[in-house]
Each structure stands twice: as C-alpha cells, then as structure tokens.
Write a protein that binds this ligand. Structure first.
Ligand SMILES: Nc1nc2c(ncn2[C@@H]2O[C@H](COP(=O)(O)OP(=O)(O)OP(=O)(O)O)[C@@H](O)[C@H]2O)c(=O)[nH]1
Ligand SMILES: Nc1nc2c(ncn2[C@@H]2O[C@H](COP(=O)(O)OP(=O)(O)OP(=O)(O)O)[C@@H](O)[C@H]2O)c(=O)[nH]1
Length: 487
C-alpha cells in the first residue's frame, strides 16, 4: 500500500522531439559559477536608498523570473561590475520606520532581509549628518558582522565631503561620498563594493553555504501547525543506520539536527519541535511568518508539508510564496497519507489539486507519506538530495546555447511591435539556483508565455528539471561580456 514519492510531470506537451544533439562542445569548462553574492542597501528612511539603488543599477531593467509567476522581485538588480556578478538589494521595504516601531517583529524582518546579504551598503544623509535613528540602525547592523561600506549620500557640493566623515563614528568601514542628484561618486562606490565581495570562485556563496564537492544539505521542514513536521524528523531519526546529533541553531531557541544517513550528512534546520517541544512555553508564534522565512532562506531544500486531510490554507500559500521568492528547491510533502487513504483519496487527485493551486510550480516533485509509520521518509530525503544536486549543476555555454537555439527553432518568440525578438547567447552565471543571463536585442519584446515555454524546454533538457531556475534577459552590449570563470 505504500505510495511512492511521485514527481509531478515536468513534461511539456510541446517537447515531443528528440533532444538536440550536443553538436557544440562546451568551450568553457573552466567556468566555475558560484552563488551570486548579494549587497543590501540599508539605512533610515529618506536618506536616498531607493535613489541610490536606481542610480547604481543604471538603467532600470525589469528582472523577469517566470518561475515566480506574478510575483516579481522588484527590489533586486543583477549587476556586473569589475568582472563580478552580484545582486543589489533595496531593503527599503523592510520596515525601519521610526525608533518606536523597531519592535521584535520588525527586527525579525530586518534580520531576514539582511541575512541574505554578503555585504551591507549603509546609506547616510550627509546633509543631516548622523541622526539618532542612524545610530539605531547601526546598532542592529553591528551584530551581523558582515562587510560594510558607507555611502554618505546627498554630498551635492564637494565642500560637504569633509563633513561626510562624521559617519565613521558608526562603523569602522570604507566611506564614500556620493550624490545621486549631482551624479558623482558612483564609480568609486561600485569599485569599493566589488572589493568588499567575498572572493570569487568555488568558495563564493551567500550565507556561508559552501560549494564544496560533497556539501552538507540544509533541509527545512515547514508547514502549518500540526501537519507532522516533528513526526517526520523523529521518524527519520528513528531509522536504522541514522545517527542524529544536535548543533546550535542560529537563534536562541532553535536546534539544528545533524543526521548521518548511509554515510552522508544532512542538517535539518530550526527544529525545536523535535526535542524541546514541551518546554517551549509559547510556541504559538513559532512558525510565524518571519521564523519560517528565516528557515527557508537558510535552507538548501525545503520540505513544504501539507496535511492530506485538509484543504490548502492561506498559511500554506504564504509559505509557498516565500519558497518561490527565495528561489529554493522544494518538495511538496503530503503527510498523513494513511488518513487520506481511509477516505479513498488518490495521489493523482492530490497532485492535481497542488498543480491547480500552484500553477507555476509544476516542476516541484510531490511525495506522499505517513510519517507516523515512517513510511516514505527516507525516499523523501533521497529526493531532497537529488534536488540539492540539481541546484549545483553547471552547464557549459555550448550545451546551454544548443538547447536555447533548439527551443527557438521549434517555437520562435512571436513578433512584437513589428519587431522580432532575438536571443544572441546565454551563459550560466551562478548556481543555487542555476542563474542564466540571456543577451537579447530587446528584452521587452519577449512575452511571459514564451519565457515560460523556454523555461520548460530548459528544464526538459538541462540537468535541473525539478528546481527553480533564474533567467535574466538583458540587452546586448549594456555591460561587459560575462566572464563567469574569472577569479
Ligand atoms: N539633494 C539630494 N537629494 C537626494 C539625493 N539622493 C536622493 N535624494 C532625495 O532624497 C529623498 C529621499 O530619497 P529616497 O531614495 O526615496 O530615500 P529612501 O532612503 O529610499 O527613503 P525610504 O523609501 O523612505 O526609506 C528624495 O526626495 C530624493 O530625491 C542626493 O544625492 N542629493
Ligand atoms: N495519522 C497520522 N497522524 C500523523 C502523521 N504524522 C503526524 N501525525 C500526527 O499529527 C499530530 C501533529 O504532529 P507533529 O509532528 O507534532 O506536527 P508538527 O507539524 O510538528 O506540529 P507543530 O509543532 O505544532 O507545528 C500528532 O498527533 C501526530 O501523531 C501521519 O503520517 N499520520
């Protein structure tokens, strides 16, 4: 009666023909993309963060991520400077409103936003100088211990630059005077930021995720209350030949559990439910949004757990939206399958229900299990390991372009505004998730439907069929050519 984890179909009805032969050998075997580092712009309101973001980003290009469906991440921008790719993040929305409002919830949100960053760009207003709220913000940034660069913005006249040094009282960090209004200081700021990035190459990763040959997978088990998260982990811990040890989590009341499964390690993050459940006096808030978001961001793979006997709730949808936003590989785990079987539910019907509810996530595998009986727990972990591997796959430029050319030949993008969209070439610039830059004549000419088609074709023919892929469509010639292998 056991129901195996059955991946949902990732097959595109259009994909009937043979895969294109790999006629073009990869010419970039030296390419070693890593996770794209992130720079977060932070500061109190009104210092010019958004202005600075737009100014640094240059021409505002829309970032298109069809995997995210309608949600578009307007606050990040992929930059290519000094031979490095990095993402600029505008944290303007993260809620530093005023000092009274810096309550726990807001602090949590700030933490989540900043945890993703490898480098912080603190922005101050040189015209007002250091205000108490700047100090408040600084106080919250210090414990993060991340590399930081200060931009003393609104230095509209050169004589203000000497006053800008005032901001050095907040941090021991490089300080640059900038004026968005006067358009001065951009190049110096960018080159200082690039220098602050973690070194390129294999070790480069955000949040300390090492891209070692056989890294330890960080697994987050999320889902609404009572869905069986602890039961799942206990079942895994109870498996024969599984060794479990506790490691400190990132927050005071969390535990990470390290599992050795058949000689391979994995870490289940933020799992207080497993051992300390009863001692948590008030865990109502435990799986609150911020906490879950934090776990999702730290994870390599997320097990998004549903209760087979209940309908998909708002909380579930919010969690899935967070997973999509964080571009994390995930498995839809439908638990308490024993109870569903009693009601003669079928796995096909549940899979269909998921597909309908999360229409843009057909690539996500679905697994049905009965944690209470330990049924299918191990296969789910094996499946997670395979997604983790997919997320680290690197595809050579030759193969990537062959696949894209074949997709275009089969179904060319439709004309728009009397113009034919053209894609000249593509490069994978990062892993976790696979991130691909496509150089086009005009990204605005490519419609969402066609981009989705392309993505499906890529999933069918490249070694990452079941995980999110980030595509960036960029006009040719507005930046240096990609040099993913450069160190
Ligand atoms: N004089 C001067 N004004 C600037 C400069 N940069 C930004 N501003 C102005 O400062 C104001 C605030 O800019 P924003 O970019 O919205 O600031 P922000 O920090 O993103 O603000 P929040 O969204 O409230 O957090 C706007 O009126 C900008 O035009 C500058 O270099 N010089
Ligand atoms: N029938 C059945 N019951 C299950 C299964 N898995 C878990 N349960 C039951 O569901 C209840 C909740 O399980 P937990 O593992 O505590 O759920 P949780 O998601 O960790 O709950 P919170 O910590 O409150 O978020 C318990 O009574 C479990 O025995 C299953 O596969 N089948």
């Amino acid at each position: 009666m056991s129901v195996s984890p059955s991946p949902t179909s990732t097959t595109d009805p259009l994909a009937g023909t043979d895969p294109p032969a790999e006629a073009v050998a990869s010419t970039d075997s030296a390419a070693a993309p890593a996770t794209i580092p992130r720079i977060a712009i932070v500061g109190r309101p009104n210092v010019g963060k958004s202005s600075l973001f737009n100014w640094l980003a240059g021409e505002r290009l829309s970032i298109v991520d069809p995997t995210a469906g309608v949600t578009r991440d307007r606050l990040t921008h992929l930059m290519h400077e000094g031979g490095r790719y990095f993402e600029l993040i505008d944290t303007g929305g993260i809620g530093i409103v005023d000092s009274d409002a810096l309550e726990e919830e807001i602090e949590g949100q700030i933490r989540v936003g900043l945890e993703m960053a490898d480098v912080l760009l603190f922005v101050g207003d040189a015209q007002t100088g250091v205000l108490p709220l700047d100090r408040e913000v600084a106080k919250r940034l210090h414990p993060l211990g991340k590399p930081l660069v200060i931009a003393a913005n609104k230095c509209d006249s050169p004589k203000m630059e000497s006053d800008a040094a005032e901001f050095l009282e907040l941090f021991d960090a490089p300080l640059l005077a900038t004026t968005v209004k006067g358009n001065r200081g951009r190049d110096a700021l960018l080159s200082t930021l690039v220098q602050a990035l973690p070194p390129a190459g294999e070790g480069e990763a955000s949040g300390g995720a090492e891209l070692a040959a056989d890294p330890v997978m960080k697994l987050a088990v999320v889902g609404r209350r009572n869905v069986g998260k602890s039961t799942f982990l206990n079942a895994l811990a109870g498996e024969e030949r599984v060794i479990v040890s506790e490691v400190a989590g990132t927050t005071r009341d969390s535990i990470d559990l390290r599992f050795e499964v058949d000689g391979r390690s994995l870490v289940a993050i933020d799992t207080p439910g497993v051992r300390r459940k009863k001692s948590l006096a008030n865990d109502v808030e435990y799986y609150g949004t911020v906490r879950a978001q934090q776990s999702i961001r730290r994870a390599d793979v997320v097990l998004m757990t549903f209760d087979a006997t209940r309908t998909i709730s708002k909380v579930d949808k919010q969690l899935v939206a967070d997973i999509v936003e964080a571009h994390k590989p995930c498995i839809f785990v439908v638990n308490k399958w024993d109870l569903a079987l009693e009601k003669e539910m079928t796995s096909e019907r549940w899979a269909e229900y998921l597909e309908k509810t999360f229409a843009n996530m057909r690539y996500v595998p679905v697994a049905f299990l009965t944690s209470q009986a330990g049924r299918n727990v191990r296969p789910v972990v094996d499946l997670a390991q395979s997604l983790f591997k997919q997320a680290r796959e690197r595809v050579g430029t030759g193969k990537l372009n062959t696949v894209i050319r074949a997709a275009i030949e089969k179904n060319p993008p439709p004309m728009r505004k009397n113009r034919r969209p053209k894609i000249f070439f593509a490069t994978q610039v990062a892993v976790t998730p696979p991130t691909i830059v496509l150089k086009c004549n005009d990204p605005g000419l490519l419609g969402d439907d066609w981009k989705r088609y392309l993505l499906t074709q890529m999933r069918d023919r490249l070694p990452f069929p079941e995980i999110p892929i980030r595509l960036y469509f960029r006009p040719r010639g507005n930046e240096e050519e990609p040099t993913p292998g450069r160190r």
